[in-house]
Design a binder for this molecule. Structure first.
Ligand code: PBG
Length: 323
């Protein structure tokens, strides 16, 4: 059937009619909100590269997590700035490390919040790489051990889920085995499976001061040109025991999200990263576009592509707008 018998505009006639046929709807429970907690500040500090996003000292982090949870957002993702960085990122393993303390704070204020932790070394190493350096290169297998210990340490502090973002080969299996050995067999792993080497992380690196001091991340993060390789990375992570797999960034990789959703039977997460966020904020500040419409359109497109979970700095705004 075609025009004039078929007229698509019939179903766009009114607000109520459009609502009736709407295919994709955002909900606060789709979101994970990233939170930055720092051991080196004692007051809330705005992050210059990410308008509206703050770095929180330990004493107020639980209040912020609770505020977000009350908006209907079920989970937060923690990133930490430690007071000391070294070659191996050893401060990431301490029982009283910044993330471990933050988990305990949040859980003691509201135990219902799903507390997810970023498992990586770049925030804790003085060279800023996501693994241990040997012979001027990031050593894959030596890094696995410390990542596994970090994941266990987070679980022991009360984390509900760990999210390795380092992109070392075999890290999901190493983390899964270590968690199981320590009786954390019920702690899920959300793997940053298809994590691209992206310019969109720029504002984040300023926030946690984690830019690599030499070289770049191209030997471990993926080439933006590659799609088949993303599906391989995802399938490897699922084989190794990942409960949720992630595509990151989101907006330039909607094709990867769609293919992952079609091919795999675990929840697909998409990370709407710092650069995607800050572009919107700066455009809105210049009155180039309407912020609310822009954010809802972008996030709807990520969900429409197939993301079951969206990690976004816009999450509290969205929850407020959705009422
Ligand atoms: C750490 C990590 C990064 C992000 C999340 N975890 C930065 C990086 O890989 O350089 C980026 C998040 C964002 O840009 O919002 N490995």
């Amino acid at each position: 059937m075609s025009f004039p018998d078929f007229r698509p505009r019939r179903l766009r006639k009114s607000e109520a009619m459009r609502r009736l046929v709407q295919e994709t709807q955002l909900h606060p429970s789709d979101f994970i909100y990233p939170l930055f907690v720092s051991d080196i500040i004692d007051h809330v500090e705005p992050i210059g590269s990410m308008p509206g996003i703050n770095n929180f000292p330990l004493k107020v982090i639980a209040g912020e997590a609770d505020r977000v949870f009350r908006l209907g957002i079920p989970a937060v993702l923690l990133f930490g700035t430690p007071s000391d960085k070294d070659e191996t990122g050893s401060s990431s393993l301490k029982n009283d490390g910044i993330i471990q303390k933050a988990i305990q704070e949040i859980k003691s204020v509201n135990s219902d919040i799903v507390v997810v932790t970023d498992v990586c070394l770049c925030e804790y190493t003085n060279h800023g790489h996501c693994g241990i350096i040997k012979n001027n290169d990031v050593d894959n297998d030596a890094t696995l051990e410390i990542l596994a210990k970090q994941a266990v340490s987070h679980a022991r502090a009360g984390a509900d889920m760990v999210a390795p973002s380092d992109m070392m080969d075999g890290r999901v299996a190493a983390i899964r085995e270590a968690l199981d050995n320590e009786m954390f067999e019920n702690t899920p792993v959300m793997a940053y499976s298809a994590k691209y080497c992206s310019a969109f992380y720029g504002p984040f690196r300023e926030a946690v001061n984690s830019a690599p001091q030499f070289g770049d991340r191209k030997t471990y993060q993926m080439d933006p040109s590659n799609a088949t390789e993303a599906l391989k990375e995802i399938s490897l992570d699922i084989d190794e025991g990942a409960d949720i797999v992630m595509v990151k960034p989101a907006l330039s990789y909607l094709d990867i999200i769609a293919r992952a959703k079609a091919e795999f039977d675990v929840p697909i997460a998409a990370y709407n990263v710092s650069g995607e966020y800050s572009m919107v904020k700066l455009a809105a500040r210049e009155n180039l576009m309407d912020e609310k419409r822009l954010v809802l359109e972008i996030l709807t497109s990520i969900k429409r592509a197939g993301a079951d979970i969206i990690i976004s700095y816009h999450a509290p705004d969205v929850a407020n707008w959705l009422g």
